[in-house]
Design a protein around this ligand. Structure first.
Ligand code: HEC
Ligand code: HEC
Ligand code: HEC
Ligand code: HEC
Length: 442
């Protein structure tokens, strides 16, 4: 509890339920279903754990997330009545594509008017390596509990004063590490603040359920935001319990919206947490759309496709491309040509992701194999989902004039039709199979 403020917690009862419902792919429907309530108080928006998810792939409908759609949610609250923070874990690794995404995320946070971004340990290292910590003005404050000796003057907390109903409310956010710090340090920090009306928010790193409970009890925070370890956001405290403990969920699919207001008597603060799914139908902000196109260009110019690691196929086999099958399997070839698989690469060209290995891998033949897809220019016959994606490499089959049955067993549809990339597949396997029918009836 803040020193001068007895704070009570209003947990929206439906919050957890809303979270569960929103994982259903069909919630993408109607943006109007998102109530746009007038803001009574001030709002703290919380995002985090993007893990490199800049934008949903668009493979199937109803996907949540996308940086360019955050603007529409933030702008439901006037700029002087909101604070926007990110809790960190920007990318998932340290590869070249992760580095590109990291820079793009920094630029996105600036374009989206973030007040503060918290960095986790890998974020700190990447930001340092990229020289981003030396930049005089990123457009937002950076805090972390993981600064190294090279960054001793850097802060682990950030405060913003917001004015409403003629009074000032301070939102204090401070980062602590459950393994290397103590809850007493946090209590001392929050207790040492002198504002009349304050919301004390603790960002807790490296927690487990045991340490989370101790920190919740002893840190004197009003809200504890933990690193997400699930895709969906979660409320970890019991309804009605103080402090409110929650996570944002992963991949930027949801935004936490904490609305802070005065109690009826006016002498203390109350707040409620809402989970806002970033639904497909939200409008995209133009500057962020442009930023994504810039990302696609950088990915292209970095020639990531060419640098992708490739291994040989077993038993000296190689891919030959779908056109080679046409001479002997004219019927099958013609029928395949008319179906979606045969246009899978054009789809990527249409959306500008035809140089992005994260997309190309499922839209071509054998990107991870030496004889498979390399680039659209050098291996045009390997574009699209071809015969060999399912029937295996054809080299020996053709050399033997069909004597040797095509190589490896059929790839399962699930390798590409994952729940994430093909939400309609599971439960409709036979309909999907019917749709790609290119073989003669026996
Ligand atoms: C795990 C494999 C996989 C990856 C990775 C993948 N896709 Fe797809 N994509 C699919 C599948 C499967 C479908 C067809 C889904 C369906 O209709 O059920 C599809 C469909 C699509 C479609 C819709 C095509 C149409 O008919 O309208 C688009 C657009 C698309 N993908 C773009 C992308 C982009 C962009 C990326 C990278 C960000 C990507 N894909 C990465 C497997 C993948
Ligand atoms: C030189 C002619 C020729 C070419 C080129 C050729 N095939 Fe065949 N294929 C055959 C013959 C012959 C058979 C066996 C005849 C039959 O069972 O209908 C066969 C059978 C098959 C079968 C059925 C095997 C089974 O398990 O029953 C598949 C699948 C197949 N081919 C796929 C391919 C694919 C994919 C390609 C291109 C990579 C390809 N073929 C190229 C001649 C060819
Ligand atoms: C190598 C990855 C891959 C494999 C394996 C794969 N698919 Fe696909 N599939 C795709 C992609 C990518 C698309 C989207 C093509 C497009 O429209 O751009 C797609 C699209 C489809 C579509 C069209 C969906 C629509 O709504 O029009 C059907 C149907 C389909 N696949 C069925 C299957 C079946 C059945 C299997 C297994 C026998 C299978 N796929 C295996 C990648 C794959
Ligand atoms: C998305 C996966 C997929 C793609 C792409 C695909 N096939 Fe098939 N193909 C299948 C499946 C699955 C069957 C078997 C259906 C069954 O047995 O019920 C099949 C059946 C066949 C058969 C009949 C023999 C058999 O094993 O039943 C031939 C021949 C064949 N495919 C050739 C081709 C050729 C040539 C191409 C490319 C022009 C191609 N296929 C593309 C999945 C695919």
């Amino acid at each position: 509890m803040g020193r001068y403020t007895a704070l009570i917690l209003v947990l929206v009862g439906v919050c957890v339920l809303a979270v569960v419902l929103s994982c259903r792919p069909d919630t993408g429907g109607d943006p109007q279903a998102q109530p746009i309530r007038p803001v009574e108080g001030v709002v703290l928006f919380v995002t985090g754990s993007e893990l490199g998810a800049l934008k949903p792939c668009g493979c199937s409908g109803g996907q949540l997330g996308g940086l360019s759609k955050r603007r529409a949610i933030f702008d439901r609250v006037p700029a002087d009545k909101r604070m926007i923070i990110d809790t960190g874990a920007l990318v998932a690794g340290t590869q070249e594509q992760d580095v590109i995404k990291f820079r793009i995320l920094f630029e996105a946070f600036r374009l989206l008017d973030y007040d503060m971004v918290h960095l986790e340990k890998p974020d700190v290292e990447m930001a340092r390596n990229l020289g981003l910590l030396a930049e005089p003005d990123t457009g937002f404050e950076l805090i972390s509990a993981q600064w190294s000796d090279l960054e001793t003057s850097r802060l682990r907390s950030y405060s913003k004063v917001l004015q409403f109903k003629g009074r000032k409310v301070t939102i204090n956010v401070a980062a602590f590490d459950a393994q290397t710090d103590s809850p007493a340090q946090a209590a001392k920090f929050f207790g040492g603040r002198s504002e009349d009306l304050a919301l004390n928010v603790l960002l807790l790193q490296n927690w487990d359920s045991q340490s989370r409970r101790i920190w919740a009890e002893e840190s004197d925070a009003d809200c504890v935001i933990c690193q997400a370890d699930t895709d969906e956001p979660q409320v970890l405290s019991e309804p009605g319990d103080e402090p409110l403990v929650f996570t944002t969920g992963r991949f930027g699919r949801h935004i936490g919206r904490l609305e802070v207001d005065f109690s009826e008597s006016g002498d203390r603060l109350v707040w409620r947490l809402e989970d806002i799914p970033v639904v497909e139908t939200l409008p995209e902000a133009e500057p962020l759309k442009r930023l994504y196109r810039q990302y696609q260009r950088i990915v292209k110019d970095s020639r990531l496709l060419e640098a992708y690691p490739r291994v040989p196929l077993p038993q000296g086999l190689s891919y030959v491309g779908s056109a080679k099958c046409a001479s002997c399997h004219e019927y099958e070839y013609k029928r395949w040509s008319k179906k979606a698989h045969a246009d899978a690469f054009a789809t990527l060209v249409r959306v500008g992701s035809d140089h992005d290995p994260e997309c190309v891998v499922c839209h071509v033949i054998g990107m991870d194999r030496e004889s498979g897809f390399f680039t659209a220019e050098t291996t045009p016959t390997m574009k699209n989902v071809g015969c060999e994606n399912c029937h295996g490499p054809g080299s020996e089959h053709i050399r033997s004039m069909g004597e040797i049955a095509p190589g490896t067993p059929r790839m399962t549809c699930l390798d590409c039709h994952t729940p994430e990339h093909s939400s309609g597949y599971a439960g409709h396997e036979s309909e999907y199979l019917q749709k790609i029918k290119h073989w003669r009836e026996p």
